[in-house]
Write a protein that binds this ligand. Structure first.
Ligand code: ZN
Length: 261
């Protein structure tokens, strides 16, 4: 549609070498999951990241994606070296930040070079935790984390940082089939060649369901129970993702409250 009175803009044609985007049928991805993921996307540097997000999140069960979408979580991809990143996503500027979830903004954000299941399953699991009313604060998750921290029987030390990380990291690992872990690690190293290869492998040797069951049977059971219970859990009150401006206002109000108290 042309808008009357405005100069006509040149029609942008993709370069002859550009690979046309595949349809969902052609990619072999689950169309229901793709639609749910699509409904959460709010910012992308380019169209190619849409399919990357859909592919990276195929391991998340449909019911979990539906809960997160219903809760109002937004998915955003940025070029971490470009200007204009919202305040809530400034963590991306840190050298070792691959992506994160802001509970205040209710936004999962990731760098365009890091759209991998290893990053996204973890961050979406944080969003699922919030969508379910912070189940990670329930006694079984707190006790599981305390036990894993005390015995060092865990998928990796990072998972025992607190009970929210225990849930997010373990659920992500639980959703990764053993046979898919090597190709995921290869993809991660291909996208981020500057990473220390040995370190990445060491961090992820237990980052799949089978290994989780061996090294932290408690976490394995907690994840299995959570996924089984998902259809019957009450729906959380939707909390639509804040816009960058709303986030600024929320932060200012928080500061005022702190000054006043
Ligand atoms: Zn985390």
């Amino acid at each position: 549609m042309q808008i009357h009175g405005l100069p006509q803009l040149p029609v942008l044609r993709p370069a002859a070498t550009a690979v046309p985007a595949k349809t969902v049928e052609e990619t072999g991805l689950d169309p229901t999951k793709c639609d749910l993921i699509d409904s959460m996307i709010r910012a992308l540097p380019g169209p190619e990241q849409r399919q990357q997000l859909q592919a990276a999140l195929q391991g998340m069960p449909t019911e979990a994606l539906a809960r997160i979408a219903q809760y109002g979580t937004a998915l955003e991809v940025y070029d971490k070296n470009a200007p204009g990143i919202p305040l809530y996503a400034q963590h991306l500027k840190k050298p070792n930040c691959d992506g994160a979830y802001s509970p205040t903004a209710n936004v999962v954000f990731v760098d365009q070079n890091n759209i991998t299941p290893l990053v996204l399953l973890h961050e979406l699991s944080h969003a699922l935790d919030m969508a379910l009313g912070e189940v990670s604060k329930n006694p079984e998750w707190v006790a599981g984390r305390d036990q894993a921290r005390a015995t060092r029987a865990c998928i990796r030390p990072y998972a025992t940082h607190n009970s929210a990380e225990y849930l997010a990291d373990n659920l992500a690992a639980h959703l990764i089939p053993d046979q898919e872990l090597p190709s995921m690690l290869r993809a991660r190293l291909r996208q981020q060649p500057q990473l220390d290869k040995m370190e990445v492998v060491r961090e992820h040797v237990n980052y799949c369901q089978g290994k989780q069951k061996q090294v932290d049977a408690t976490a394995f059971q907690l994840c299995a129970d959570l996924l089984n219970a998902l259809p019957g859990l009450p729906e959380a009150l939707p909390r639509p993702a804040l816009t960058p401006q709303e986030y600024l206002e929320a932060k200012r109000a928080e500061l005022q409250r702190l000054k006043g108290s």
